[in-house]
Structure formats: C-alpha cells, structure tokens
Design a protein. Structure first.
Length: 173
C-alpha cells in the first residue's frame, strides 16, 4: 500500500508527523511539508520519501504512480478550499486532485474551529464527491487521559478509515 501524508497549516502539524510515524512499516510512505521540516524529518526518520511541495513533477503527482490513499492532517481551510475548487498549484493540492480523479481514498482533517459557512460548504462539496472529512475530534468513550492518548485515538480512527489495523485506542464495547 502507498500512502501520502501531507501537512498544511502550522497548528496541529504534530498530528501529521505522528500519523506518519505510526503507519506500519509495510506501508510505502510519502510525505509533503515545508522545506525546513523536510531537512529535520529526513535526519530523524527512515523509510519515508519526502517531497518538496513546489515540485509538481514529483512521482506522486501522477495517477500512474499508483498511490492508494492520501491524508492531509492537519488540512488548512486554504488547502481545503483549493481542493474543493480544483486548484492544483502545489504538490499537496495536485496529489489531492489525483486522488479525486482516480477515485482513491482521500482524508482531510480540517483543524480550524469554528467552521465558517464557506468552509462547511467546501466540506459538503468534497464529501459529496466521496472525500472523507475527518477533523481531529476525540471521543470520550475511549477514556483518554493524556494528550498522547487523545492523538492516538484520532490517528487510530484515521487508520480505521484507511483499512489499517491498529490498537491505538480503546474501542466501544
């Protein structure tokens, strides 16, 4: 399985990084974020191909490369709006466009709150196309006690959507 993880917006970028870290080793991982973050990430993590967000010609920008799924976590309202309007002006939005045209799984984790009517309209448009809108929202039934446990719950739910088995959170009984 090939999965692209991208981060857009600054707040909550740790969720994208943690999502990347928790993906099983059997997954071929591709990651898009800022240039300075790529330098640090490349030194600290293995089995990850990083891509410059300005490189529209990257392998993952083509449907023929065969990416299976993409998650943008966090997803800024700017990136969400571009995707909703079909604007592919960087690698993140181009990859999202490819996911849509290839009918592949695309998960967007919008992080802003409260959502404006415009953002909700964009989310509705994308959801009607089959894009999964999954904001980082915790549930209380799994009895998280720490920020780490809350993040694991959210990432576990995203993995469930991707069909990736996990034991990151206490499930409903």
């Amino acid at each position: 399985m090939k999965i692209v993880v991208a981060t857009s917006g600054a707040s909550g970028v740790n969720l994208g990084l943690k999502t990347l870290e928790l993906l099983p080793d059997s997954v071929e991982k591709h990651f898009i974020m800022s240039k300075n973050s790529q330098i640090v990430l490349h030194k600290e993590m293995k089995n990850i191909t990083t891509h410059n967000n300005d490189n529209i010609a990257a392998s993952i920008a083509s449907g023929s490369f065969g990416v299976d799924a993409m998650i943008i976590a966090p997803c800024s309202m700017n990136t969400l709006a571009k995707i909703a309007c079909g604007i592919s002006d960087n690698l993140i939005t181009r990859c999202a466009s490819v996911m849509i045209k290839e009918h592949k799984k695309l998960i967007l984790a919008p992080r802003e709150m409260p959502f404006s009517a415009i953002s909700l309209e964009n989310m509705h448009k994308l959801a009607s196309l089959g894009i999964i809108i999954a904001p980082p929202v915790m549930a209380y039934y799994s009895e998280q006690q720490t920020l780490d446990e809350m993040e694991n719950f959210i990432i576990g739910k995203w993995f469930d959507l991707l069909g990736i088995e996990n034991n990151l959170y206490k499930r409903w009984k």
